[in-house]
Design a protein around this ligand. Structure first.
Ligand code: FAD
Length: 237
């Protein structure tokens, strides 16, 4: 979690539902060696929260700050009439605006609506996440595995309360020959000896494994177009 940024926005980190504070990281090296690195003792340096709880807390915070948040309305297109800018949003009247902040992810429909960078792939990296339960308390640390076939990417297990964890991995797409090779890595993730021996034999899958592209080309990406500003993954940052 981006603790500092969240706090600067006014989020009360310790009040988040299902938050697990973390005070050490267990790093597993390609050689099999493992080292525990304590985080500084004073203050909160790492915390894990399920993505849905984090997103909901941000929405609540925005509403507390009197932002008019409308959920479930899909952006369709951006149109210009001289100096004026209009957005087509499903379920709303046409919205006239001075600026558009496109924070709509790696597949940015706003970017595509403007015909910018359509031919580029969505992400240089690919990441997978699976929530699990049944991790014994003394095993449920923040683990990072640097395994030879994933480098320069890595696998992780981030602890959550009640024996749950977020387990995943990210890889650089160009290091792998095909999408099916990466899909196979994803299917086998929890069967890796290093991971299964660490997390124990009682783990259960919670929900399905999800995958996302992670763009990393902000320096070559168009970041504005007239009144439109791209941020976050839409800016390939
Ligand atoms: C498995 C995984 C692990 C990660 N781990 C980390 C980590 O440990 N640390 C870190 O810093 N980053 C991590 N990342 C990256 C991080 O999640 C992303 O960089 C971040 O979520 C990008 O935020 P965003 O708001 O730009 O885009 P997103 O989070 O993708 O949000 C885009 C939003 O736009 C909405 N949207 C899309 N299309 C439309 C439309 N037509 N109309 C209206 N709304 C629309 C979507 O519903 C979504 O809410 C990870 C990513 C993955 C996949």
């Amino acid at each position: 979690m981006a603790l500092k940024l969240s706090e600067e926005l006014g989020l009360k980190i310790l009040n988040l539902d299902n938050l697990e504070a973390v005070d050490e990281a267990v790093i597993h090296f390609p050689s099999g060696r493992r080292e525990v690195f304590p985080l500084p003792g004073k203050g909160l340096f790492a915390a894990v929260v399920p993505r849905a709880d984090y997103d909901l807390a941000l929405i609540d915070l925005a509403r507390e700050l009197l932002v008019d948040v409308r959920l479930g309305h899909k952006f369709s297109s951006v149109n210009f009439d001289g100096e004026r800018t209009f957005l087509d949003i499903e379920g709303l009247e046409e919205v006239e605006t001075s600026f558009v902040v496109a924070a709509d992810g790696a597949w940015s429909p706003v970017r595509r609506s403007l015909n910018l960078g359509e031919d580029q792939s969505r992400g240089e990296w690919l990441a997978f996440r699976q929530y699990i339960s049944g991790v014994e308390t003394d095993r449920n640390n923040l683990h990072v595995w640097f395994e030879k076939d994933l480098l320069p990417g890595y696998a992780w297990s981030f602890p959550l309360p009640d024996g749950k964890a977020n387990v995943g991995f990210g890889v650089l797409k160009s290091k792998h020959s095909s999408a099916s090779e990466i899909a196979q890595l994803a299917r086998d993730l929890l069967n890796r000896d290093s991971i299964s021996e660490t997390l124990g034999e009682n783990i259960k899958l919670e929900g399905r494994q999800t995958a996302w592209p992670i763009p990393a080309r902000i320096s070559s990406q168009r970041l504005t177009s007239g009144p439109v500003i791209f941020v976050g993954d839409a800016a390939a940052s």
